[in-house]
Design a binder for this molecule. Structure first.
Ligand SMILES: NC(=O)c1ccc[n+]([C@@H]2O[C@H](COP(=O)([O-])OP(=O)(O)OC[C@H]3O[C@@H](n4cnc5c(N)ncnc54)[C@H](O)[C@@H]3O)[C@@H](O)[C@H]2O)c1
Length: 466
């Protein structure tokens, strides 16, 4: 089949897929080298909505904006009717974008629950340590919830949320967005349908990228594991979750090693200062220089809430670098997150997996290898290759979410907005089966993270009991 024949229009014609305002074509999402598409069928349980689901966002930062933007793109599905955000600029920007009435704008998440219920659902995109209380309160007041990961910083709190969700029969979708990314959906389907025989073992790598590491886990919001959550939960709960989900087997045991090896005071180069702008002698050659990352290269500046006018931005960045943690030397922070973390996992039926989180890579993007009795699968989130031992032939598939022109947000391999889409349907139909990341389904991988951390700290192999 010629690639050009597989335009979206042709695919839709070919497979008779109807697109209304609330239907999404997931179909054309990947092609192999001959241009032949892999078909991921539309969800047959999607229904046309009579009215949009209404939601209140708690925390209008990066994630709150990603989910809120879905409402801007698809107003017939989702309407944001309230916001709680202490940062005045973000609160104002979010309220303006969603035309939120003044009476529905709050500075703190608790203020929302002092009002009578005024929406169908709550989007919880506050920092890690502010997930548990808002989620419990939302459930008590009868809201459905879109809950950012991690569910909560402790196993007890995670289990309490699960219990209350069951008692109240509400919908709680955990933002394990990789479960909704076409790439991982297809990998799982291939693994579970026996394409490479019986799965024997897996290797999964999360290369954080050294700059991302320095930004988020050395200088940024998650630099202190005690004030937020350990990196295995804060960053890698996605990975343990997707591993378990793709295998479709219970996890039995976990063992972990890891530590903070590099971003420490003893590794500070001679001549370095508290801040990169303080006349650091090695600033110009340091890969982690704040001036290089944020000022010269203008990477990751979304955290600064910069003014719209371009010419004011450079000065604003310099000002932030003088005053915020983002301008501090990476070797002189009060950080404690591991910069490398290795886990071994034993699943049911003797299947084993290794997971590595690595800070020191030049790129991000998860890499996965799956060893099966009849074949081998290897992928990097952009493409994957299947080798069949029976035919000794390989096939490579490219998965580019941009092929699906209906979805403009590609975050997490397209998973971000696909999750929102499923969640809206689940809330509207009051049917948790429309989600793959319900709280019930998501909790085991969180428990794997807690046990991994216990293993790492106490040098033990931990049993995983649900
Ligand atoms: N699913 C994913 O892939 C993914 C990716 C990144 C982050 N996250 C998680 O999403 C959450 C938010 O992360 P982010 O990157 O958007 O952070 P962020 O700092 O950009 O946003 C958090 C927002 O919450 C606000 N906030 C703080 N206290 C509040 C309060 N009392 N009431 C209401 N709002 C309050 C902050 O001012 C901030 O604007 C975190 O838990 C994070 O771990 C998930």
């Amino acid at each position: 089949m010629n690639a050009s024949r597989w335009s979206r229009k042709n695919i839709l014609k070919q497979f008779g897929i109807t697109i209304g305002s609330t239907f999404f074509p997931f179909s054309l999402w990947a092609r192999n080298e001959t241009g032949e598409p892999l078909i991921l069928p539309d969800n047959p349980f999607y229904k046309r909505l009579a009215k949009p689901v209404t939601a209140i966002t708690l925390g209008a930062g990066a994630r709150g904006t990603v989910y809120g933007d879905y409402a801007i793109e698809y107003p017939e599905q989702l309407m944001i009717v309230g916001v709680a955000e202490p940062n005045a600029l973000r609160n104002e920007r979010y309220a303006k974008k969603h035309s939120i009435a003044l009476s529905n704008r709050f500075t703190d998440w608790e203020d929302v629950f002092r009002q009578p219920k005024f929406a169908d659902a709550i989007i919880i995109s506050t920092p890690d340590q502010l997930h548990y209380d808002p989620c419990m309160e939302a459930l008590r007041q009868g809201y459905d919830v879109l809950l950012e990961k991690p569910i909560a910083p402790s196993e007890e709190e995670c289990r309490a949320i699960l219990e209350l969700t069951k008692q109240t029969s509400r919908i709680v979708a955990v933002c394990h967005v990789l479960r909704y990314a076409p790439y991982f959906i297809k990998l799982r389907e291939l693994m579970q349908s026996g394409t490479i025989g019986e799965i024997v073992s897996m290797q999964h790598l999360e290369p954080i990228d050294h700059i991302h590491m320095s930004h988020s886990y050395v200088r940024g919001n998650w630099h202190n594991s005690k004030e937020t959550t350990p990196i295995i939960l804060a960053k890698s709960c996605h990975d343990l979750d997707v591993l378990k989900w793709m295998l479709g087997k219970d996890s039995k045991k976990i063992q972990a090693f890891g530590n903070l090896k590099w971003f420490k005071k003893e590794n500070a180069p001679p001549g370095s200062k508290e801040r990169c702008m303080d006349g650091c002698a090695v600033e110009y050659k340091c890969p982690y220089s704040a001036l290089k990352i944020y000022h010269r290269e203008q990477q990751r500046t979304y955290v600064f809430d910069l003014p719209k006018e371009k010419k004011k931005q450079a000065d604003a960045i310099l000002n932030y670098l003088k005053t915020s943690d983002y301008g501090r030397c990476v070797y002189r922070m009060d950080n404690d997150q591991c910069d490398h973390y290795t886990t071994n996992i034993l699943f049911a039926d003797g299947v084993t997996a290794t997971f590595n989180m690595e800070a020191f890579t030049p790129w991000g993007g998860r890499r996965t290898r799956v060893m099966g009795s009849m074949g081998y699968l290897e992928g990097d989130m952009n493409k994957f290759k299947i080798h069949d031992f029976r035919t000794n032939k390989s096939k490579t598939y490219k998965t580019r979410t941009t092929d699906v022109d209906h979805y403009k947000n590609e975050g997490h391999g397209g998973g971000d907005w696909r999750l929102v889409s499923d969640w809206i349907q689940a809330v509207a139909q009051h049917n948790p089966n429309l989600l793959t990341s319900t709280i019930e389904a998501s909790i085991e991988s969180h428990i794997m993270c807690f046990k991994a951390e216990e293993s790492r700290i106490n040098n033990l192999v931990m049993d995983i009991c649900m």
